[in-house]
Structures are given as C-alpha cells and as structure tokens.
Ligand binder design. Sequence first.
Ligand code: ATP
Ligand code: MG
Ligand code: MG
Ligand code: MG
Length: 435
Amino acid sequence: MRLSQYFLPLLKETPKEAQIASHRLMLRAGMVQQSSAGIYSWLPLGKRVLDKIENIVREEQNRAGALEILMPTIQPAELWQESGRYDDYGAEMLRIVDRHERNMLYGPTNEEQITDIFRAHVRSYKALPLNMYHIQWKFRDEVRPRFGIMRGREFLMKDAYSFDLDGDKARAAYNRMFVSYLKTFARMGLTAIPMEADTGPIGGDMSHEFIILAETGESGVYFHKDWMNINLDADIDYNADLQPFVDKYTSLYARADDMHDADNCPVTADELMSLRGIEIGHIFYFGTKYSEAMGATVSGPDGKAVPVHMGSYGIGVSRLVGGIIEASHDDKGIIWPDSVAPFGVAIVNLKPGDAVCDAEAERLYEQFDNAGLEPLLDDRNDRPGAKMASMDLIGIPWQIVVGPRGMENNMVEVKRRKTGETAEMSPDSAVIKIL
Ligand code: ATP
Ligand code: MG
Ligand code: MG
Ligand code: MG
C-alpha cells in the first residue's frame, strides 16, 4: 500500500472523550470512527487489524475441529420465547418490530438460533460430536458503552456451539475449546488467564472466562503468581485426551472478583497477585438447558431419544483490537505484535521526487510485497519527523527509512518498533534482516 493512495485520517490532538489508551490510540491512528454511542465504523487501518485477528481466531477454531457457518444478525422472537430468554434477557436486547408486526431482535448471542438449526437436521448420535461457529456482529444495548470498541453496543464476536451425546463427551468438546483459546490468544502475543466463572444469563454447569491483564480492565482479578511465567503456545493434538492439559492450567488459582473469596483462597498472600483484567473470551458448558427447552434430541446407541449436551464459546473479536493495544503500546503509539500488524513493514521515503530515494523505496516495496509482508510505503511529502512519528503512532513492527544522505553510501536505517533499536545497513541487508 502506498500512503499517497491510502485513507489514514490521523488525529494530531488527543480526543477528549477517550479515557483509556486503546480508545485514544485507535482514534488518533484513524482506525475507527464513532457513529453513535457504542457503534463504530471501521476505517481501512482498523479493518486490516480486525481481519488479522478474525483470521487467527478462524484458523484456530478450524484446527480444533469447529465448522464455520454464518447465522443472521436479526432473529425471530419466537426462538427466544421457546427457550424462555425473550423476557429474561432484559434491556440489553434490541427489539425490533417488522412491517408485518412480527417481533424480531438483533442477536446478542445465538444459542437459540443454532439449536434451531441442529434440531431441524440432526437425528442420530452418529452425527456427533459437532461444533459450529460463526464470526458475526452482535448487538447488546449496554447501559454504559465506553472505552471505544472495548464495550461497544455493536461488536464482532466469534461464537461456537458444541453438541454431544453426553456430559463426558461434552467435557471433551469443552476441553478442545479451552485449549484452542489458549493457543489463539498466545498467537496474538497475549497471556490470557482462564478463570473459573459464573455462568450468568447463558446458564449452566461449567464456565471459564479468559482474561488479559490491563490496568484499565473492568474486572479485578486474583491469581497465582506462576501465571506470569507460563508459555501457552504449545503444539496440540486435538484427537488426544486434553484433560491433563486442562487440569494443568486449571490447577493454578485464578478468579475474577465476583468468584474470588479472600477468606477461602488456597493461595498464600505472598503468592497471590491482585490486578485488573479485560475479559476477551468466555466458554460455557450448559448441558441440556436449551436442547430440552427447544426439543433438540438425538437417538442414542440404544435407540432412545436424548436431549443433546451443549456448550457455547465466545471470543470478543473487536474487543481484542483494543485489548491488544492496552497490552502493547507506549507514549509514541501502538506497538502491534507481528501476527496482527496491519502492515508488516513501513518504508519511509524521506525525499519523494529524489530519483535515487524513489528507486530504492520502490525496490524495497516490491521485494516485501512479493514476500507477502504487506509493506506500507510513505511516499508523501511531509517533514521527516512527522513521517516517523506517524509510523510510530500506527505501530508498524519494522520501519525502513530511505533518505538522500544515507543513499550516498547505499545505507538505510532499520528500526524495530518494539525495542526502538535502530541500525544502519544496506537495503539488501535490511531485507534479509526483516524477512
Ligand atoms: P462483559 O462482562 O464484558 O459484559 P459478557 O460476559 O457479557 O462481557 P459474553 O456473553 O461472555 O460477554 O460474550 C463473549 C465475549 O464477547 C466476551 O468475553 C467479550 O470478549 C465480548 N463482549 C461482550 N460484550 C461486549 C461488548 N459490549 N463490546 C465488545 N465485546 C464484548
Ligand atoms: Mg456483558
Ligand atoms: Mg462478563
Ligand atoms: Mg462473559
């Protein structure tokens, strides 16, 4: 991408309405624009990051055996009346009446919708296990939408739903999602701690919230200090028994404030960390709550009809954009982990119009482009200081500065955003270093 042809509306001033770093930086970097309270447009830079995150989530869901589908955003009220949640869900649900006076709603989650799909098609336990997911916009009319896209009203969620014959098999399905969540978040450079959780309005028997640490997080969290030195990025065989793996992680204490009981905490005070965190994912096993209410049964090996055991598994895809920024920024701007960076490398041409600089910048651009690193070329006329500051603000992991003085000796400057380290080298060495 050439900056002269891009839409990157950077803000010089810090927007007053933004209280936390991620909100401030997403506005300043021209990633999103508010449409109304808690509802945002995603501009080109923001959309690229959102897509990167979405793709990591998708790859790890697929790897864990979940099948991608796409359910609608608008759902009929009848389904929710069947499960009994139409009234229970309360004011967070956006209710809509269509021209034929039919009650509809903008889905805040999809347990009912997926159960309806399942019961229409699946008759036998032989079709199980089954796990289907989609990545779709949700609407929840939050009392206090805030912190930009972190607590939006319209937000992008990955939600998966598992179907199994009995509780043991459902537990195995839960374990596959548990492990895949650890992998998913580790790939984004995040340490997400699974915390035993309350099942809330979803209802059910077993639940973990995945929480990343951030000073601005809305949950207080308590956990064993060994969580700080855990590497969650392991190779997983999803056909193996994952219980030992899950046991290993769940044996280390971790609870959000609503589940933490200071008087009955098994961890000694000197080993207990008390910090703040952001919920980025949440998994539930809720047994037959929806399948019984909605008549989703299969015939078991003995021919008898039994309600299926279900679980649901959410990831806040759009919230993750803010969450990653909270975890990775400095006073100059965002520091994207390589895996979700909107562009892999920025090439800053300090003197567009200078034949030597132009030729070298273009040559570098082509090499990175061919290698699939998604380069961003700053080919605009602007002050060098302003150009470098913009690249720091939008957080591109590598920056190469091509200037007339360096080019006299065939040298460019290479900078790693994360460490701030810079080094002079030939353009060819720069390519080797970065690729
Ligand atoms: P919270 O406690 O933050 O209100 P929740 O527990 O209501 O979230 P879940 O129903 O567990 O949310 O939904 C799954 C995931 O969707 C959450 O873990 C979170 O990452 C994301 N999410 C929920 N509400 C919002 C929101 N208003 N804006 C952005 N993401 C959200
Ligand atoms: Mg909520
Ligand atoms: Mg919650
Ligand atoms: Mg939750």
